[in-house]
Design a protein around this ligand. Structure first.
Ligand SMILES: *Cc1c(COP(=O)(O)O)cnc(C)c1O
Length: 400
């Protein structure tokens, strides 16, 4: 990839996404599912740029959304409404109303109280709400605590007994149609066993419900497939899918999955230019024009991203912290990594930045968000223009 030309053409800091890679990842997963009915609902929160959503929609994906804003993005980008799932622990009444009016595939319930609100709102609208229930199977995904979601100590989903009660209630309700069951136990999971265990728990639940005459059609296994940032061993799509399928014998369900990071994580590159180098005593800092407002993962999750100095043959290598211009000590991309000596305007590429990069960006320190560029079939195009000062102040009302 010619990062230098991209930086020259579009400026820095810059996000670049390889759309061909996203397609390859999508197809590898779809292929692994081919022995059963399946639906891949891309988790929009990983990277919700409209072009990315349109790209996956064109490949046949649906969307897993966690706000009505994401639902609207998905619809706007051309994702079929019957492939959209609305998840999340705290849906507002207006969000539920809109989701029901849009007639999306299903609303994924995360509490008993939420079920009653959805029922009430469906009644007001005289609609039948298709629902699934997010079960928290109390399984440790062995990932970073901030991205672990399937333990009872996490706020997500309901326990198995509550889920059963909810299904029985929903079945009797005139305004609820329980069509799905769901788990999502965490993100960046690199061990297949938590998926195996969770799908076994949920498959048993589906059999149990069947004996109560409650037919579950969608078996949603969430997202969470880990990717390689450094040297992680990753799960192969085929093994992942087999681990699920082996628990589903005798069940006629559409297996739904919600990959975010797996589809887009390694498609993304964040390009940033060196401004200065400085030393405080023995400590070397490389100060770049990107910052934590652009990519917060290193700060938020102590996440590792591989960083490379583009096109350098400087052999003078030493340890450095790569930091941004923001007034926070937490504003770093890496600490104590080996990097050749740099000079003003040298280019760094930060890899695996396609997921939870731009979508977590902010205007902190009144820094405009970076531009985003897609690479497809050897061509590049802007899919989001760089934010200007005027964009940032557009909603504000100065006291005059
Ligand atoms: C975040 C999330 C996903 C996607 O997780 P990845 O680790 O990016 O695959 C899927 N489903 C739900 C409900 C989520 O909250």
């Amino acid at each position: 990839m010619d990062f230098k030309s991209l930086a020259k053409e579009y400026g820095t800091p810059l996000y670049v996404y390889d759309f061909d890679y996203i397609e390859k990842q999508f197809n590898s997963l779809k292929e692994a599912f081919k022995a059963r009915k399946s639906l891949i609902c891309y988790a929009a929160k990983a990277n919700s740029n409209l072009s990315v959503l349109k790209h996956v929609a064109n490949l046949g994906a649906g969307c897993d959304c966690v706000s009505i804003g994401e639902v609207k993005r998905a619809l706007y980008a051309g994702v079929a409404k019957y492939k959209i799932i609305f998840s999340g622990v705290g849906k507002r009444d207006e969000e539920i109303q809109e989701a029901l009016k849009e007639d999306i595939l299903m609303i994924n319930l995360e509490s008993e109280e939420e079920m009653h609100r959805v029922e009430m709102i469906a009644k007001e609208l005289n609609k039948i709400a298709r629902i699934s229930i997010r079960v928290n199977p109390n399984i440790d995904p062995k990932t970073h605590p901030y991205i672990s979601t399937g333990l009872h100590e996490n706020k997500f989903g309901v326990d198995l007994d509550s889920a059963k009660r909810m299904y029985i209630y929903a079945k009797k309700s005139a305004y609820l149609d329980p069509v799905g069951t769901h788990f999502h136990i965490g993100s960046q999971i690199t061990d297949i066993n938590p998926f195996k265990e969770a799908s076994k728990v949920l498959a048993d639940l589906v059999r149990n419900l069947k004996s109560l005459d409650i037919e579950i059609k969608f078996f949603d296994i969430g997202g969470g497939i880990g990717i390689r940032y450094k040297d992680e061993s990753t799960i192969q799509p085929y093994d992942y899918v087999q681990a699920i399928f082996e628990n589903l014998s005798g069940l006629d369900v559409t297996v739904t999955c919600e990959p975010g990071r797996f589809l887009v994580g390694n498609s993304g590159y964040f390009l940033t230019k060196v401004l200065y180098e400085k030393r405080n005593e023995d400590k070397r800092f490389v100060i770049v024009d990107g910052a934590m407002n652009d990519l917060i993962r290193p700060t938020l999750y102590s996440a590792y991203h591989e960083i490379e100095l583009v096109g350098s043959n400087n052999e003078q290598i030493s340890k450095a912290d790569i930091v941004g211009p923001i007034c926070e000590s937490g504003d770093f991309f890496a600490k104590n990594i080996e990097l050749p000596q740099t000079k003003h305007n040298d280019l760094l590429v930060i890899k695996s930045a396609g997921a939870y990069g731009f979508t977590m960006s902010s205007n902190y320190n009144t820094r405009g968000r970076a531009a985003e560029v897609a690479l497809q079939n050897g061509k590049s195009r802007v899919i989001r223009a760089r934010e200007t000062f005027e964009d940032m102040i557009a909603k504000e009302v100065p006291y005059l």
